[in-house]
Ligand binder design. Structure first.
Ligand SMILES: *Cc1c(COP(=O)(O)O)cnc(C)c1O
Length: 767
């Protein structure tokens, strides 16, 4: 894109005048944000049009979540005009930094949605024709605040700033039919800019509206109430994002959302094929689809239904489906694998259900053991099984995870169809997660090895000869980032964190398997040890947490309360003030992550081995030169392969050990044997921490009582965790420590989303 400062300012002024009757000096932030964004959008239309109609086979990435974050800075960066825009605005007395207040587009929960966002950006940057298809939720993931240490949720009205980076494409709207309801799906297209290459992908988000536009004539005849009710039901479909991560809530509204997304997308695609006079029997030559987890798997029977309505036989339609669909699994947790009651599904979507039954019957005709391989059994539809049966390729998201899929979760399917299973380790975009969030470190790297690493992250290996020289400037850059984060935390959370403290960070969704509780107990252990003198000269450390808990997830919310109570205890104690600080930041999201990731000294990735499919937070920290304190789980394993296990801090039971431990495990016995652990645990119930609702007591009991106490082996791993954590904190500050950080940076190349999407294009999409 060619950027002319004068033209850009003229266009911004023109829009401000036409839309808001104001000028650049007097415009409110919101007005300036919308006008500026629209001005830039205007310059990109030719490239967007050209990218869409280049005649190549395209992949549709179907996902219930896209965690895009803030668009403006990333778009300007990728268009290569970030600094030009900053200067242009400065020349008229405005500051690009004003838009830091713009709400994130948080149309996702966590890693799965963020992965989808990284992949769209990476595909555009690699000129791979990938389009995202999702839902334009009216409210994104809730806004989180703390009240009395408890999580409080508010609606996330992300559209209040306007949505200048989308265009509504009315002419592409389609009707989506349920047994009891018809709604109109209206697409909003968002351009996805490749990094300085002129390529533009598209994220198409569907919004639901009433079939009939609001009818004033009938309203005047007093039938308005009925119309209004219809309108309400239609818009309700995309009202809210389900705030669950790694758990399934079997609500019919969720099924409606899923069907709405895939039916609208597939109808739109089939219609275009027909307009172009194509034979749908060869659809796979021009299209394929990636199903991001089981949420969009209902696309399979929907495409069967649509193709059969176009005159294809079941076998023909099935053949097309086996060549267009591919499935990514993101979790091995049973409670997250989607299952639907067959009756409820057939009531809501009878024709779609018929196609699922036909798939089950086809499976039965193949010579397989019906006890092992099934789609419908005991009146339950197993969406993951449907996805595996029909998809061309099924992938896990890290080596260890794919191995677990093959040997445990989908063992029987793997035995029958080994050729379907592939691994594609997750990745992150180095544009948002280094160039944008840590420009000083990016510039230091540029200075050493040039800029080709921006689009070829493996080049970071070329830093290896310079790592010793980089220690001093790296320290200075990290120090500045820490100062900025400390100031931001002071302003937003009201907590003082001295920048010279070690920043030990755990930010990610709150879930028992991620074990924020293990981290919390270690802080209590350090606190009591410092108080009673058994821990001497503790290295000054700030423990920084960020996480949202699903509103219905009691134990997760209890952990938030616990950590906030520990923060109150520790931060209010003058005696430990020289050594300890604890803060739980509110409303952790992509924009907060950008600030935190570049300022961390230790990255906590401490899930129970076997539970975290991959993790991508771990990769963001690594890319910013942070050592991992973690278990041998998910992509941590590959991080150690790439950067050296000796350059990270690894502890805990391995995935091979976990099953055996569970057989003889007695957490209360282990607690009795470790007085330090016992003391930390007792603080949950002896009044040390205030527990107005009894939730800390429940946490304590989940570790010690019941049929399966301490499911996630917090107590089992505690001693090893504390030992390795102390080692990490005591190593901090030396040149050897910073060399470890830099070796992680130099080894981060594998974790570029460019590598991931290129593997999908080659192994899966055949693009
Ligand atoms: C990257 C990211 C995640 C995923 O973090 P994990 O540690 O991999 O679970 C979640 N939320 C946000 C806002 C992120 O940016």
């Amino acid at each position: 894109m060619k950027f002319e400062k004068e033209e850009f300012l003229r266009e911004t002024e023109r829009i401000l005048e036409a839309e808001y009757a104001t000028d650049v000096t007097h415009a409110q932030k919101r007005e300036l944000y919308n006008a500026l964004s629209r001005a830039v959008m205007g310059m990109c239309y030719p490239d967007w049009r050209a990218s869409r109609s280049d005649g190549r086979k395209r992949c549709g990435y179907f996902s219930a979540e896209f965690l895009m974050g803030r668009a403006i800075y990333n778009n300007l960066l990728n268009l290569g005009v970030l600094e030009d825009c900053r200067e242009a605005l400065a020349s008229v007395g405005r500051d690009l930094g004003e838009f830091e207040e713009v709400e994130d587009a948080a149309l996702g929960n966590g890693g799965l949605g963020r992965l989808a966002a990284c992949y769209l950006e990476a595909a555009a940057s690699c000129k791979i024709p990938l389009d995202g298809y999702g839902i334009r939720y009216r409210y994104g993931l809730f806004r989180q605040t703390f009240e009395g240490g408890y999580q409080h949720e508010e609606g996330d009205d992300w559209l209040k700033w306007g949505d200048p980076w989308s265009v509504c494409v009315e002419r592409d709207s389609v009707i989506v039919s349920f047994a009891d309801q018809k709604v109109r799906a209206v697409p909003y297209d968002m351009p996805i800019f490749g990094y300085r290459n002129g390529a533009v992908g598209t994220l198409r988000l569907w919004s639901s509206e009433a079939v009939q536009p609001f009818d004033f004539a009938s309203f005047n005849e007093m039938r308005g109430e009925i119309k209004a009710a219809e309108n309400f039901a239609a818009t309700k479909i995309c009202d809210v994002l389900y705030p669950n991560d790694n758990t399934m809530v079997g609500k019919i509204l969720r099924l409606r959302q899923q069907y709405f997304l895939v039916s609208a997308s597939l109808q739109d695609i089939v219609r275009k094929e027909k307009e172009e006079g194509r034979d749908l029997r060869t659809l796979y030559e021009r299209r394929c689809f990636q199903l991001n987890d089981t949420h969009p798997v209902i696309a399979i029977p929907e495409l069967l239904r649509l193709l059969r309505a176009e005159g294809l036989s079941f076998d023909e339609a099935f053949g097309v489906c086996t060549r267009v669909f591919n499935f990514t699994n993101h979790t091995i947790m049973a409670e997250a694998l989607e299952k639907w009651d067959a009756l409820a599904l057939s009531d809501l979507l009878p024709e779609v259900y018929e196609q699922i039954v036909a798939c089950q019957q086809r499976l039965e005709r193949e010579d397989v053991d019906p006890q092992k391989l099934f789609i419908i059994r005991d009146n339950v539809v197993h969406m993951a099984n449907l996805a595996i049966y029909v998809s061309s390729k099924v992938n896990g998201v890290a080596e260890i995870h794919t191995n677990i899929l093959k040997t445990e979760t989908f063992r029987d399917w793997y035995a029958q169809y080994p050729e379907k299973f592939v691994n594609i380790t997750n990745g992150i975009t180095p544009r948002r997660w280094l160039l944008l969030n840590n420009p000083a470190l990016a510039a230091l790297i540029d200075e050493k090895i040039g800029t080709s690493w921006h689009t070829d992250l493996k080049q970071l290996r070329k830093l290896e000869p310079y790592l010793s020289d980089m220690v001093a400037p790296f320290k200075a850059i990290k120090g500045e980032n820490k100062k900025k984060l400390a100031a931001y935390i002071k302003e937003h959370e009201g907590v003082d964190i001295p920048p010279h403290f070690i920043f030990d960070v755990q930010v990610k969704r709150l879930h028992e398997y991620k074990r924020q509780l293990l981290n919390a107990l270690s802080i209590l252990y350090f606190y009591f040890g410092i108080k009673d003198g058994t821990i001497a000269e503790f290295p000054p450390t700030a423990f920084i947490f960020g996480a949202k808990a699903a509103p219905g997830y009691y134990m997760a919310k209890a952990v938030i309360k616990l950590i906030n109570e520990i923060a109150a205890l520790v931060n209010g104690d003058e005696e430990v003030a020289p050594y300890l600080r604890v803060v739980f930041v509110q409303n952790y999201n992509v924009s907060y992550a950008e600030k935190i990731v570049c300022a961390a000294d230790v990255s906590e990735q401490i899930s129970l081995a076997g539970m975290e499919a991959s993790g991508t937070g771990n990769m963001k920290f690594m890319l910013n030169g942070t050592v991992t304190l973690g278990t041998m789980d998910g992509a941590n394993v590959e991080i150690c392969e790439e950067a050296g296990r000796e350059n990270n801090y690894i502890f805990g039971a391995t995935v091979e050990e976990v099953a055996a431990i569970r057989r003889f495990y007695c957490p209360s016995e282990m607690t009795e044997q470790d007085p330090r652990l016992k003391r930390a645990l007792t603080a949950l119930i002896d009044g040390t921490l205030s527990d107005e609702t009894g939730s800390l007591k429940k946490l304590y009991e989940s570790l010690t009582l019941g049929h399966m106490p301490d499911r996630y082996l917090v107590i089992y791993d505690f001693a090893d965790y504390v030992r390795v954590k102390e080692e990490a904190l005591r190593d901090f500050g030396t040149d050897e420590y910073y060399l470890k950080c830099l070796k992680n940076l130099a080894g981060a190349g594998k974790f570029s989303a460019d590598r991931s999407v290129s593997e999908y294009a080659e192994l899966v999409w055949k693009i």
